[in-house]
Design a protein around this ligand. Structure first.
Ligand SMILES: [Mg+2]
Ligand SMILES: [Zn+2]
Length: 199
């Protein structure tokens, strides 16, 4: 059933839009994957809201503080803007259920595979999640997207190839599609949209 909101493409950050470099504990470690800006541009041109959702338990673990996450996202927005791309919103989860101290040590509803960040984006941006997609390099992205009611794509960048080649035997669910990278994922989404009945 379709609602009245906008469709979105929800993307994981590390390993999906950006290089997976372990904890991004300095702004200089943020690097876009080669075709990410072009993919996000194409998504926006097709009418999708673009949203990033990222687990940043390094905050709870005390590896860096939350202000660094904000600075990293400012730099990420500048890198995207330099290539004519932008995202409508970025959400991060700074929590971990066992590590660190409150308020960051918390069994929160936003840490993927829970869908809290995507549900917050729905409310903030008036999204129709039944017409939306979640793209990530980890099955916890796929699970969060599925639990939020979106279609899901696993990409082979970041940890994605390892997920597929070494861990798919224990998957509780399967992504709707597997793509080489974010651009291939967006291209699959746009082709699928064209095949469907006009809205
Ligand atoms: Mg990732
Ligand atoms: Zn959280």
């Amino acid at each position: 059933m379709s609602g009245t909101g906008r469709p979105a493409i929800v993307m994981d950050r590390d390993g999906t839009v950006c290089e997976e470099v372990g904890y991004v504990n300095h702004v200089s470690r943020v690097r876009l994957l080669p075709r990410s800006a072009a993919a996000i541009r194409a998504a926006r041109e097709a009418g999708f809201a673009t949203v990033l959702v990222t687990n940043q338990a390094g905050v709870a673990r005390g590896y860096f503080d939350e202000s660094l996450v904000h600075r990293v996202h400012e730099r990420l927005r500048r890198l995207l803007a330099a290539e004519g791309a932008a995202v409508d919103a970025i959400y991060h989860c700074p929590h971990h259920p066992e590590a660190g101290e409150p308020p960051y040590r918390k069994d929160c509803d936003c840490r993927k595979p829970r869908p809290g960040m995507i549900l917050r984006a729905r409310d903030d941006l008036s999204l129709d999640l039944s017409r939306s997609y979640t793209i990530g390099d980890s099955m916890r992205d796929v699970e969060a997207g599925r639990r939020a009611g979106t279609a899901t794509v696993l990409v082979m960048t970041g940890y994605g190839r390892g997920e597929l080649e070494h861990r798919s035997g224990s998957w509780k669910m399967r992504p709707d599609h597997v793509a080489e990278d974010l651009m291939d994922a967006v291209a699959w989404i746009l082709a699928r949209e064209r095949e469907e009945a006009p809205r």
